[in-house]
Unconditional design. Sequence first.
Length: 293
Amino acid sequence: MDIGDWHSTRDLNGLYRNIRALGLETNLAELDAFGFTVVPDALSPELTQRLLAATVREAENSFGHKLDVAKETDHRDWKLMPYLLFRDPIFEQAVLNEKPLALISYLLGKSCLLSSLTSHVKGPGGQGLLLHSDTSNGVPAPFSAYSHVANCNYALTDYTEKAGALAMVPGSHRSFRQPSRNEIQLTGNERNLDAVAVEVPAGSAVIWHGNTWHGSFPRLVPGLRVNLSMYFCRQYMQPQENYRDHVPEAVLARHGRNSRLATLLGLETVYGWREEGPSDIAKSAAVGRSWHA
Protein backbone atom coordinates (compact mmCIF):
# COMPACT_ATOMS: atom_id res chain seq x y z
CA MET A 1 0.00 0.00 0.00
CA ASP A 2 1.01 3.62 -0.33
CA ILE A 3 2.13 5.24 2.92
CA GLY A 4 0.19 8.48 3.24
CA ASP A 5 0.86 11.58 5.26
CA TRP A 6 -1.35 10.25 8.02
CA HIS A 7 -1.61 12.48 11.07
CA SER A 8 -2.08 9.61 13.50
CA THR A 9 1.35 8.18 12.51
CA ARG A 10 3.00 11.43 11.48
CA ASP A 11 6.42 10.50 12.87
CA LEU A 12 6.31 6.96 11.53
CA ASN A 13 5.29 7.61 7.92
CA GLY A 14 8.67 8.91 6.77
CA LEU A 15 10.60 6.28 8.72
CA TYR A 16 8.62 3.49 7.06
CA ARG A 17 8.97 5.00 3.58
CA ASN A 18 12.72 5.11 4.08
CA ILE A 19 12.80 1.48 5.26
CA ARG A 20 10.82 0.44 2.18
CA ALA A 21 13.11 2.43 -0.14
CA LEU A 22 16.16 0.72 1.39
CA GLY A 23 14.64 -2.76 0.93
CA LEU A 24 14.46 -3.44 4.68
CA GLU A 25 10.82 -4.47 5.14
CA THR A 26 11.80 -8.13 5.62
CA ASN A 27 14.32 -7.08 8.27
CA LEU A 28 11.58 -5.12 10.01
CA ALA A 29 9.35 -8.21 10.04
CA GLU A 30 12.23 -10.30 11.46
CA LEU A 31 12.81 -7.75 14.23
CA ASP A 32 9.14 -7.95 15.17
CA ALA A 33 8.92 -11.74 14.96
CA PHE A 34 12.27 -12.85 16.36
CA GLY A 35 13.77 -9.80 18.06
CA PHE A 36 16.82 -9.59 15.79
CA THR A 37 17.75 -9.41 12.12
CA VAL A 38 20.83 -9.55 9.89
CA VAL A 39 21.63 -7.04 7.16
CA PRO A 40 24.14 -8.78 4.88
CA ASP A 41 26.79 -6.62 3.20
CA ALA A 42 25.85 -3.66 5.41
CA LEU A 43 29.50 -2.64 5.06
CA SER A 44 31.37 -2.72 1.77
CA PRO A 45 34.49 -4.95 1.74
CA GLU A 46 36.66 -1.81 1.69
CA LEU A 47 34.87 -0.20 4.65
CA THR A 48 34.96 -3.51 6.58
CA GLN A 49 38.74 -3.71 6.19
CA ARG A 50 39.26 -0.06 7.12
CA LEU A 51 37.13 -0.43 10.25
CA LEU A 52 38.94 -3.66 11.18
CA ALA A 53 42.34 -2.01 10.73
CA ALA A 54 41.33 1.04 12.80
CA THR A 55 39.84 -1.11 15.58
CA VAL A 56 42.85 -3.44 15.78
CA ARG A 57 45.23 -0.45 15.76
CA GLU A 58 43.40 1.14 18.69
CA ALA A 59 43.29 -2.19 20.52
CA GLU A 60 47.04 -2.64 20.10
CA ASN A 61 47.64 0.88 21.42
CA SER A 62 45.37 0.23 24.41
CA PHE A 63 46.49 -3.32 25.22
CA GLY A 64 50.17 -2.57 24.66
CA HIS A 65 51.00 -5.44 22.31
CA LYS A 66 50.60 -6.51 18.69
CA LEU A 67 47.61 -8.62 17.64
CA ASP A 68 47.40 -11.22 14.89
CA VAL A 69 43.84 -11.30 13.53
CA ALA A 70 44.38 -14.63 11.75
CA LYS A 71 46.56 -16.57 14.20
CA GLU A 72 46.38 -14.89 17.64
CA THR A 73 46.76 -17.22 20.62
CA ASP A 74 48.12 -14.98 23.42
CA HIS A 75 45.10 -12.63 23.63
CA ARG A 76 42.66 -14.77 25.60
CA ASP A 77 38.88 -14.43 25.85
CA TRP A 78 37.42 -10.96 25.12
CA LYS A 79 38.40 -7.48 26.18
CA LEU A 80 36.36 -4.32 25.68
CA MET A 81 37.67 -1.40 23.63
CA PRO A 82 35.49 1.59 24.68
CA TYR A 83 34.98 5.13 23.36
CA LEU A 84 36.10 4.53 19.78
CA LEU A 85 34.02 7.17 17.99
CA PHE A 86 36.44 10.08 18.14
CA ARG A 87 39.58 8.02 17.51
CA ASP A 88 39.20 7.92 13.72
CA PRO A 89 36.71 9.55 11.31
CA ILE A 90 36.06 6.10 9.81
CA PHE A 91 33.90 5.28 12.86
CA GLU A 92 31.55 8.14 11.98
CA GLN A 93 30.76 6.34 8.72
CA ALA A 94 29.79 3.21 10.65
CA VAL A 95 27.40 5.18 12.88
CA LEU A 96 25.73 6.95 9.96
CA ASN A 97 25.38 3.85 7.77
CA GLU A 98 21.87 4.32 6.39
CA LYS A 99 20.49 0.77 6.53
CA PRO A 100 21.28 -0.07 10.17
CA LEU A 101 20.41 3.48 11.24
CA ALA A 102 17.00 3.22 9.55
CA LEU A 103 16.17 0.11 11.60
CA ILE A 104 17.52 1.63 14.81
CA SER A 105 15.43 4.76 14.17
CA TYR A 106 12.32 2.62 13.75
CA LEU A 107 12.99 0.94 17.10
CA LEU A 108 13.97 4.07 19.06
CA GLY A 109 12.81 7.13 17.11
CA LYS A 110 14.86 9.70 15.21
CA SER A 111 15.61 11.50 18.47
CA CYS A 112 17.59 8.50 19.78
CA LEU A 113 21.15 8.83 21.08
CA LEU A 114 24.32 6.88 20.45
CA SER A 115 24.98 5.36 23.86
CA SER A 116 28.39 3.82 23.11
CA LEU A 117 30.66 2.69 20.29
CA THR A 118 32.88 -0.16 21.42
CA SER A 119 34.59 -3.33 20.25
CA HIS A 120 34.79 -6.72 21.93
CA VAL A 121 38.19 -8.02 20.79
CA LYS A 122 38.02 -11.76 21.38
CA GLY A 123 40.78 -14.35 21.28
CA PRO A 124 40.57 -18.08 22.01
CA GLY A 125 39.51 -19.39 25.41
CA GLY A 126 37.28 -18.07 28.15
CA GLN A 127 33.53 -18.53 28.48
CA GLY A 128 32.28 -15.90 26.04
CA LEU A 129 29.56 -13.49 27.12
CA LEU A 130 26.62 -14.85 29.10
CA LEU A 131 23.09 -14.33 27.82
CA HIS A 132 21.45 -11.09 28.89
CA SER A 133 19.11 -8.35 27.72
CA ASP A 134 20.39 -4.84 27.04
CA THR A 135 17.27 -3.36 28.65
CA SER A 136 18.96 -2.37 31.87
CA ASN A 137 19.89 1.03 33.32
CA GLY A 138 17.38 0.46 36.09
CA VAL A 139 14.44 -0.57 33.86
CA PRO A 140 12.35 -2.95 36.01
CA ALA A 141 10.61 -6.06 34.77
CA PRO A 142 8.22 -6.50 33.11
CA PHE A 143 9.89 -4.62 30.25
CA SER A 144 7.79 -2.70 27.76
CA ALA A 145 7.03 -4.11 24.32
CA TYR A 146 8.77 -1.17 22.66
CA SER A 147 12.56 -0.78 22.77
CA HIS A 148 14.24 1.53 25.25
CA VAL A 149 17.62 0.57 23.73
CA ALA A 150 18.81 -1.24 20.62
CA ASN A 151 22.07 -2.60 19.29
CA CYS A 152 23.82 -2.84 15.94
CA ASN A 153 26.77 -5.22 15.92
CA TYR A 154 29.04 -5.15 12.88
CA ALA A 155 30.99 -8.33 12.18
CA LEU A 156 34.47 -7.14 11.19
CA THR A 157 35.65 -10.76 10.97
CA ASP A 158 33.64 -13.84 9.99
CA TYR A 159 31.24 -15.09 12.66
CA THR A 160 30.91 -18.82 13.28
CA GLU A 161 30.07 -20.56 16.54
CA LYS A 162 33.63 -21.93 16.87
CA ALA A 163 35.01 -18.48 16.10
CA GLY A 164 33.00 -16.89 18.94
CA ALA A 165 29.86 -15.72 17.16
CA LEU A 166 27.00 -13.81 18.69
CA ALA A 167 24.29 -15.91 20.32
CA MET A 168 20.60 -15.00 20.17
CA VAL A 169 17.46 -16.47 21.72
CA PRO A 170 14.79 -15.92 19.05
CA GLY A 171 11.56 -14.49 20.41
CA SER A 172 13.03 -13.66 23.81
CA HIS A 173 12.16 -9.98 23.35
CA ARG A 174 8.62 -11.01 24.30
CA SER A 175 9.74 -12.43 27.66
CA PHE A 176 9.93 -8.83 28.95
CA ARG A 177 12.61 -9.70 31.52
CA GLN A 178 16.24 -10.63 31.98
CA PRO A 179 17.10 -14.33 31.69
CA SER A 180 17.34 -16.18 34.99
CA ARG A 181 20.55 -17.72 36.33
CA ASN A 182 19.43 -21.03 34.82
CA GLU A 183 19.03 -19.48 31.35
CA ILE A 184 22.28 -17.58 30.80
CA GLN A 185 24.82 -20.28 29.96
CA LEU A 186 26.15 -20.92 26.44
CA THR A 187 28.50 -23.81 27.26
CA GLY A 188 28.48 -27.07 29.20
CA ASN A 189 25.57 -29.07 30.55
CA GLU A 190 23.63 -25.93 31.50
CA ARG A 191 23.73 -24.43 27.99
CA ASN A 192 20.52 -22.70 27.02
CA LEU A 193 19.38 -24.86 24.11
CA ASP A 194 17.22 -22.07 22.72
CA ALA A 195 20.31 -19.96 21.95
CA VAL A 196 21.42 -20.00 18.31
CA ALA A 197 24.70 -18.88 16.76
CA VAL A 198 24.48 -15.93 14.38
CA GLU A 199 26.89 -17.16 11.71
CA VAL A 200 27.52 -14.36 9.20
CA PRO A 201 30.42 -13.16 7.05
CA ALA A 202 32.44 -10.04 7.81
CA GLY A 203 30.62 -6.89 6.72
CA SER A 204 27.24 -8.02 8.07
CA ALA A 205 25.24 -6.03 10.62
CA VAL A 206 23.20 -7.74 13.33
CA ILE A 207 20.50 -5.49 14.79
CA TRP A 208 18.34 -6.40 17.76
CA HIS A 209 15.54 -5.16 19.99
CA GLY A 210 16.76 -4.11 23.44
CA ASN A 211 14.76 -6.86 25.16
CA THR A 212 16.32 -9.72 23.15
CA TRP A 213 18.48 -12.17 25.08
CA HIS A 214 21.93 -12.40 23.52
CA GLY A 215 25.56 -13.17 24.34
CA SER A 216 28.50 -14.69 22.53
CA PHE A 217 30.13 -18.08 22.30
CA PRO A 218 33.75 -18.62 23.37
CA ARG A 219 36.30 -18.70 20.55
CA LEU A 220 37.66 -22.22 20.08
CA VAL A 221 40.17 -21.54 17.30
CA PRO A 222 43.27 -19.31 16.97
CA GLY A 223 42.84 -15.74 15.76
CA LEU A 224 40.55 -12.89 16.75
CA ARG A 225 36.86 -12.21 16.46
CA VAL A 226 36.54 -8.45 16.11
CA ASN A 227 33.26 -6.56 16.14
CA LEU A 228 32.06 -2.98 16.28
CA SER A 229 29.18 -2.59 18.71
CA MET A 230 26.91 0.44 18.28
CA TYR A 231 24.57 0.73 21.25
CA PHE A 232 21.71 3.24 21.06
CA CYS A 233 19.16 4.49 23.57
CA ARG A 234 16.08 6.68 23.65
CA GLN A 235 16.62 10.33 24.46
CA TYR A 236 15.33 9.97 28.03
CA MET A 237 18.02 7.43 28.99
CA GLN A 238 21.57 8.02 30.17
CA PRO A 239 24.12 7.12 27.46
CA GLN A 240 26.99 4.86 28.48
CA GLU A 241 29.62 7.15 26.96
CA ASN A 242 29.64 10.94 27.35
CA TYR A 243 29.74 12.48 23.89
CA ARG A 244 27.62 15.57 24.42
CA ASP A 245 30.21 17.45 26.47
CA HIS A 246 33.24 16.37 24.46
CA VAL A 247 32.45 16.55 20.73
CA PRO A 248 35.61 17.68 18.88
CA GLU A 249 35.25 20.75 16.70
CA ALA A 250 36.61 18.74 13.76
CA VAL A 251 33.61 16.40 13.99
CA LEU A 252 31.19 19.34 14.00
CA ALA A 253 33.03 20.87 11.05
CA ARG A 254 32.56 17.67 9.06
CA HIS A 255 28.89 17.14 9.87
CA GLY A 256 27.40 20.39 11.18
CA ARG A 257 25.72 21.29 14.46
CA ASN A 258 22.27 20.46 13.09
CA SER A 259 23.19 17.11 11.52
CA ARG A 260 21.89 13.64 12.36
CA LEU A 261 25.24 12.87 13.99
CA ALA A 262 24.82 15.92 16.25
CA THR A 263 21.41 14.56 17.33
CA LEU A 264 22.90 11.12 18.00
CA LEU A 265 25.62 12.69 20.15
CA GLY A 266 23.09 14.53 22.30
CA LEU A 267 23.70 18.07 21.07
CA GLU A 268 19.96 18.52 20.60
CA THR A 269 19.02 16.93 23.92
CA VAL A 270 16.65 19.40 25.52
CA TYR A 271 17.18 18.68 29.22
CA GLY A 272 20.11 19.41 31.50
CA TRP A 273 19.72 23.19 31.80
CA ARG A 274 21.22 25.24 34.62
CA GLU A 275 20.54 28.84 35.73
CA GLU A 276 19.35 29.80 32.26
CA GLY A 277 16.30 27.54 32.58
CA PRO A 278 14.57 25.62 29.77
CA SER A 279 15.05 26.78 26.20
CA ASP A 280 12.19 27.23 23.77
CA ILE A 281 13.11 23.86 22.29
CA ALA A 282 12.79 22.22 25.70
CA LYS A 283 9.42 23.83 26.31
CA SER A 284 8.05 22.61 22.98
CA ALA A 285 9.42 19.10 23.51
CA ALA A 286 6.73 18.41 26.08
CA VAL A 287 4.00 18.68 23.46
CA GLY A 288 2.81 15.36 22.07
CA ARG A 289 5.75 13.52 20.51
CA SER A 290 5.15 9.91 19.58
CA TRP A 291 7.64 7.12 20.28
CA HIS A 292 8.91 7.49 16.69
CA ALA A 293 9.76 11.21 17.01
